[in-house]
Design a protein around this ligand. Structure first.
Ligand code: PNS
Length: 169
C-alpha cells in the first residue's frame, strides 16, 4: 500500500489572511508534515494587498514554522500540485453556504487530476463568520479589523490607511 501523503497545499487569495485561515493552517499542520500555503497571484477582484504584500504578510505570520512554506501560484491549482509533487488540497468550510462551492472545486480539481483529493476542515466556531471580503470592506471604510485578522495583518492595514491619509493631504 502506498504511504499516506505527508504534504498538503492550502490555496487561497489571502487578501488578507484572516484568523480563520490561520486557524485552518494550524490545524492542517497537525494532520500533515508539511503545508504549502499557496497565494493566488491574480485573485481577479480589486485586491487590498499586492501579491508581494500578501506573501510578506504570510511569511511574517508563519515565521519560525519550518513545516509551513509560503508560495505564489498562477493558473490552475492542479498544475501547481503536480509541480510540487502534492496530491492533497486543504480548504476550510465555515458554513453550509461554503459547501457547494468547495464541493464543485474539489470535484473539478479531481476530474482534472484524479490523483488529487481535497480535505475540508472546519475552523473553530469563533471564526465561522470571518471572511476576507468583509475584512477588505471594513478596512476600506476605515473600521477596526481587530479580532478578525492576526495582529500582523492589522498593522499592515493600519500602515496602509496611514499611507492613504498622508497621500490625500
Ligand atoms: O481564497 P479563495 O479566493 O476562496 O481561493 C480560491 C482558489 C485560489 C483556491 C481558487 O480560485 C483556485 O484554485 N484558483 C486557481 C485556478 C483554478 O485552478 N481554477 C479551477 C478550480 S476548480
Amino acid at each position: 500500500m502506498a504511504a499516506a501523503p505527508r504534504l498538503a497545499v492550502f490555496p487561497g487569495s489571502f487578501d488578507p489572511l484572516t484568523n480563520g485561515h490561520q486557524d485552518l493552517i494550524n490545524r492542517a499542520t497537525r494532520l500533515f508534515d508539511r503545508v504549502i500555503v499557496a497565494a493566488l497571484r491574480n485573485p481577479g477582484k480589486e485586491p487590498l494587498f499586492s501579491l508581494n504584500d500578501r506573501l510578506a504578510i504570510l511569511n511574517e505570520v508563519f515565521a519560525g514554522r519550518p513545516e509551513i512554506e509560503v508560495a505564489a501560484f498562477d493558473g490552475l491549482l492542479v498544475e501547481f500540485l503536480r509541480a510540487k509533487g502534492a496530491s492533497v488540497v486543504i480548504r476550510g468550510i465555515r458554513s453550509a453556504a461554503d459547501i457547494d462551492y468547495e464541493r464543485q472545486m474539489a470535484l473539478t480539481n479531481h476530474h482534472m487530476f484524479p490523483g488529487a483529493d481535497t480535505v475540508l476542515l472546519l475552523p473553530a466556531a469563533e471564526y465561522g463568520h470571518i471572511s476576507s471580503s468583509l475584512v477588505r470592506q471594513i478596512a476600506s471604510l476605515g473600521g477596526s479589523v481587530r479580532g478578525l485578522v492576526p495582529p500582523a495583518v492589522e498593522s499592515w492595514i493600519e500602515k496602509r490607511a496611514r499611507g492613504a491619509r498622508t497621500a490625500s493631504v
